[in-house]
Design a protein around this ligand. Structure first.
Ligand code: ZN
Length: 217
């Protein structure tokens, strides 16, 4: 596993390569041989995939696809190819062959693009590792939530390293619970509303029948 470590203010600390099975509690990064402690407590799931950030302990990670550095060249080539075909040179066999070559190259790049996971809070990046399916692409809402958490954390004392988990998890749970409760309540209201409508419809149709009670006046 290759990790680009950041601190909580997202400043780059350095890159390390490590074996997740060895779970080294401390690593040294190149500039100045700085020692950084990694938090492995609950960091891997049952399948051995990374579940939370080793640097800051946040459980919010997103996946990104990183493309090889040659990609910009092929983007330019693709645009050139489009322009060429627009100006009607595509009948030329050499240009056609070149267009096909560019397409093949782009396909290869797509296949070899690597997926990484990134921590929302500290933006540490994890590469060369298996990525669990539950890590989804970047989500603005989660990003804002983790920024707020980071602000609160920096306001709070930094003496309690386990405190972030304690703050984070109950809020997540309560949020999820609140959502499901609202959904249930909503469904209940809908059902009552429908029942009421059915009742009133039945009554009005009965009322409007000739010889109904309304005609007495
Ligand atoms: Zn992190």
């Amino acid at each position: 596993m290759q990790i680009d470590l950041n601190d909580l203010s997202r400043r780059r600390l350095g890159r390390v390569n490590l074996d997740p099975e060895a779970r080294p509690p401390r690593v040294t990064v190149a500039p100045g041989d700085k020692e950084i402690s990694l938090d492995w407590e609950g960091a891997l799931d049952d399948a051995g995939n990374l579940r939370k950030c080793l640097a800051c302990g946040s459980g919010h990670l997103f996946r990104i696809k990183t493309l090889p550095s040659v990609t910009p060249i092929f983007v330019i080539l693709a645009f050139a190819g489009t322009a060429v075909s627009l100006f009607g040179y595509a009948n030329n066999p050499i240009i056609l062959a070149a267009l096909i070559l560019v397409m093949v190259a782009e396909l290869i790049i797509l296949v070899f693009s690597r997926t990484r996971i990134v921590c929302y809070r500290c933006r540490s990046r994890y590469a060369n590792t298996q990525i669990a399916r539950y890590h989804l692409p970047y989500n603005q809402q989660i990003a804002e939530m983790t920024v707020n958490q980071t602000d609160e954390l920096s306001k709070n004392t930094e003496q309690l390293p386990g405190a972030d988990e304690a703050i984070q998890n109950p809020r997540l749970e309560s949020r999820r619970e609140r959502l499901s409760r609202m959904r249930i309540e909503h469904a209940e209201e809908d059902r009552l509303e429908q029942a009421r409508n059915r009742d009133s419809n039945g009554r009005s149709s009965r009322d409007s029948t000739p010889g109904g009670s309304d005609d007495d006046s």
